[in-house]
Design a protein around this ligand. Structure first.
Ligand code: IMP
Ligand code: MG
Length: 329
């Protein structure tokens, strides 16, 4: 029996620090599950100062929890096993990792199609994600159960307390993002039910945002002129805003509070975590867009109060947090 499900998901364009939060709270759950995406994701966590990265495996692995890759995910077999070797060499128990038999397999041909067509047009991660999901929809894809040894396959059972870990984020959702500048899966928290539980089981929706916005890949909301802004470039360096899958520099912009409000409305967030506040403190500049106007504050506290006031009607619990392993209230 499932007791309850909590869902961690991103409220912006990815790279908000979902992995960090997942790793911090995973110890309180029996399962940690991914429901969407594949090796396009990159979750970075710090444990005792040591940096770890995953692409396909949920962060439950770092806390010795059953780590599930759901039927809505896509998987590249070699990359998956490389990731497992890396995790095993780092001392984690990879027997906890299981893949749903219906997850779809990314082939080298999918990657080639992505590199040939989509990458230049949309700035995809080049991991074959779009072509794999399109073959799934065309009903000509290959499922994990066809090619994987049984020992890696999940029996589909969940019990106790379940944590779902989103990849990509609300504004990359195939249905709700700025199509076609989106990924090919449902990133919204409701899609976590594709793991095989009723929406009634969901207890808390934990939305993760960042105190400034970033985008990897093409998006008209992030014009190229942003590269010329000196402060925003400093944020790239101090916030280490480089893609964990592609190594690309992410375009940085000031927080668009209007978009954050929209994504909270759309997703139904209960707990809001706003990451990387310490990065703005280091550059000592505090700005955000609200009602389409750029507003500047003298201090981080002033900016935080403004955000809290703007979100007052949502009745959220809001946590402002720093970088890496810290979760400062
Ligand atoms: P794809 O998912 O590789 O097809 O890429 C589609 C779009 O989503 C591109 O703009 C990518 O940069 C973006 N994207 C995909 N995965 C991530 C992620 O994990 N973090 C941030 N952006 C992502
Ligand atoms: Mg990432």
């Amino acid at each position: 029996m499932i007791n309850y499900v909590d869902v961690i998901y991103g409220l912006a364009w990815g790279d908000e620090g979902k992995g960090k939060i997942s790793n911090l709270i995973a110890k309180d759950y029996d399962y940690v599950c991914r429901w969407n995406g594949g090796p396009n994701a990159g979750h970075t966590v710090y444990i005792n100062g040591q940096k770890y990265k995953t692409h396909s495996v949920p962060c439950g692995i770092f806390q010795n929890k059953k780590s599930i890759i759901g039927p809505g995910c896509v998987l590249h077999i070699n990359k998956f096993f490389d990731e497992l070797s890396y995790l095993a060499q780092s001392g984690f128990d990879i027997s906890l990792v299981k893949v749903h038999p219906n997850a779809h397999i990314i082939t080298d041909e999918h990657i080639q199609r992505d590199l040939d067509g989509l990458k230049a047009k949309l700035g995809t991660t080049g991991q074959g994600i779009g072509p794999c999901y399109s073959d799934k929809m065309l009903r000509c894809g290959v499922q994990a159960k066809k090619v994987m040894d049984k020992k890696w396959l999940w029996d589909g059972q969940l019990s106790g307390n379940v944590l779902c870990e989103g990849a990509q984020s609300v504004w990359l959702d195939i249905d709700h993002g700025d199509y076609p500048f989106v990924t090919s899966s449902n990133t919204m928290p409701y899609a976590s039910c594709s793991l095989g539980f009723s929406p009634k089981k969901i207890r808390n929706l934990i939305g993760v945002a960042k105190i400034y916005d970033t985008k990897s890949g093409v998006d008209p909301l992030f014009p190229e002129s942003l590269w010329e802004n000196e402060t925003l470039n400093t944020i790239i360096e101090l916030g280490q805003e480089f893609g964990s899958t592609t190594g690309r520099k992410r375009l940085v912009n000031w927080l668009n509070l209007d978009k954050l409000i929209d994504s909270i409305k759309l997703s139904g967030c209960d707990n809001l975590i706003i990451n990387k506040c310490d990065v703005l403190e280091k550059v000592n500049k505090y700005k955000l867009y609200y009602n389409n106007k750029l507003i500047e504050f003298k201090t981080l506290d002033e900016m935080k109060e403004f955000i809290k006031d703007a979100l007052i009607d949502f009745n959220l619990s809001i946590t402002f947090s720093g970088h890496k392993e810290h979760l400062n209230k």
